[in-house]
Design a protein around this ligand. Structure first.
Ligand SMILES: [Zn+2]
Length: 231
């Protein structure tokens, strides 16, 4: 028993669910020097601006823009494509068998269809099974950051966060993930509607049953003090 109590386990591989190279997967050149990736991307973005008739080389506000955009993709917007998920340590739950919920995890992502930002919040809940493990709360934030910082469609992003949480929270009885987000591609282009939010939920285990108390407790909980983010 003592040996089990002191067990810490790390999970950081085998959590990808789309092929390498897809906008929402690992980059094919993730092992390459980031300075080279940024240089190549900046060169290509300069040609993109050329095609749009922009004399960016002569414009003081635009002459560094290709490099700025390339850095933004590699270091921030698509960061999760170039890095591995940090090691996640799980701990014995020490008899706790209730629901664990983290609400209002901020997310910034990018729509892989239009390369416009997606922003909102993520709620994650899970229930520890018998002999199961819990993880440090901030690790749920790390999972959200890792998959959010990529190209995405919200449906698959929800599934990716769910799958990673399901794997690291070993022996869980259920995991549920809700993403509430607004999409700039809806508000700035096309239909140009501001304020419309998209809600996606992926549930497994006990959370799949509509009549289940855990599912009700989760949805009741994320409605309370939710920082104005409605669901
Ligand atoms: Zn879009």
């Amino acid at each position: 028993m003592e040996e089990t109590r002191n067990t810490r386990r790390k999970f950081h591989t085998d959590i990808e669910c789309v092929p390498e190279g897809h906008a929402n997967g690992k980059a094919t050149n993730a092992n390459q020097d980031k300075k080279i990736i940024i240089k190549n991307a900046a060169d290509a973005f300069g040609r993109f601006l050329d095609a749009l008739g922009c004399n960016w080389r002569d414009d003081p506000n635009s002459m560094e823009t290709p490099t700025r955009v390339a850095k933004a993709y590699v270091n921030d917007l698509w960061k999760g494509r170039f890095e591995n998920l940090p090691d996640i340590t799980s701990f014995p739950s020490d008899g706790y068998d209730g629901i664990v919920i983290e609400r209002n995890i901020p997310i910034t992502s990018m729509c892989s269809h239009h390369h416009q930002t997606i922003s909102g919040v993520v709620h994650v809940g899970y229930i520890v099974g018998e002999g199961g493990h819990v993880i440090g709360l901030s690790k749920l934030n790390r999972i959200v950051e890792h998959f959010g910082r990529r190209g995405a469609i919200q449906e698959q992003l929800t599934s990716a966060i769910h799958q990673a949480t399901d794997k690291v929270c070993e022996n869980n009885m259920g995991v549920i993930v809700t993403v509430v987000a607004t999409h700039n591609c809806v508000s700035c282009r096309g239909v140009k509607h501001r304020g419309a939010s998209m809600v996606t939920t992926k549930a497994s285990g006990v959370f799949r049953d509509n009549g289940n108390d855990a599912r009700k407790e989760y949805f009741d909980s994320i409605k309370i003090n939710n920082g104005g983010h409605q669901i």
